[in-house]
Design a protein around this ligand. Structure first.
Ligand SMILES: Nc1nc(O)c(N)c(N[C@@H]2O[C@H](COP(=O)(O)O)[C@@H](O)[C@H]2O)n1
Length: 209
């Protein structure tokens, strides 16, 4: 029988799969405190509203803030919400090696967002929900597998952060700099020539390895 992995709260096992898990993502040249902050912001076209939601202190506050702005919801939200969620989840697991490892190590297990409060993103608690978040996590896992099934492999920055320019400030400090240091150590251990065969450098990243 196929293994099932259920998750719900960020503080519980596999809580890293929750959008409320405290881990930033970078998308649209902005750093979002959690995947939920990004997801809730994308409900609106007005970038000023994004700033208000981004500034909230927790993902739960981000949900409340977006809910209060309900009348300004973009008209096509129902059509685009799955692709917005996919983008958020993909960024989270491609940009954080420790989370990527946890997702890759689930192998072919069925991932279920087990929450009676949600019948769309979760299973509604009794299996009657769509489990769209679980499905999206499995889709991202398949995308990770397309690159490599090795849970320890560190993706090159141009794959993990496709929208961050090589010459940009992101790589010079904090999270971006840490990623480059971690990646360089990994490439040294792996062997630069072998690594280059797996991941040929794009022109702008040449001589980085
Ligand atoms: N913890 C929790 N409580 C709820 O009541 C929920 N509906 C969810 N689901 C997650 O919260 C986000 C809500 O999405 P919508 O704005 O309702 O589309 C989303 O990230 C779900 O995964 N979680």
């Amino acid at each position: 029988m196929m293994t099932e992995i259920k998750f719900c709260k960020p503080s519980e096992p596999y809580g890293e799969f929750s959008n409320f898990y405290s881990m930033p993502i970078i998308l649209l040249n902005e750093i979002w405190p959690t995947a939920e902050h990004y997801f809730q912001s994308m409900k609106f076209e007005d970038v000023n509203l994004w700033d208000r939601i981004k500034a909230t202190k927790s993902p739960w506050e981000a949900v409340d803030q977006a809910s209060n702005l309900g009348s300004k919801l973009r008209s096509d939200w129902e059509e685009v919400k799955d692709s917005v969620m996919l983008k958020a989840v993909k960024a989270k697991f491609f940009q954080h090696n420790e989370l990527k490892k946890i997702l890759v190590e689930t192998g072919d297990a069925t991932i279920i967002y087990h929450n009676s409060a949600d019948d769309y993103w979760a299973d509604k608690g009794d299996g009657a929900g769509k489990n769209m978040l679980g499905q999206i996590l499995m889709r991202v896992r398949a995308q990770l597998f397309e690159v490599s099934k090795d849970p320890d492999l560190i993706f090159p920055p141009w794959i993990a952060f496709p929208n961050c320019d090589r010459g940009g400030m992101f790589w010079g400090m904090g999270w971006g700099e840490d990623y480059i240091i971690q990646w360089s150590h990994f490439v040294d251990q792996f062997g630069a020539e072998e690594y280059k065969k797996l991941f040929p450098e794009p022109v702008e990243w040449e001589r980085s390895l």
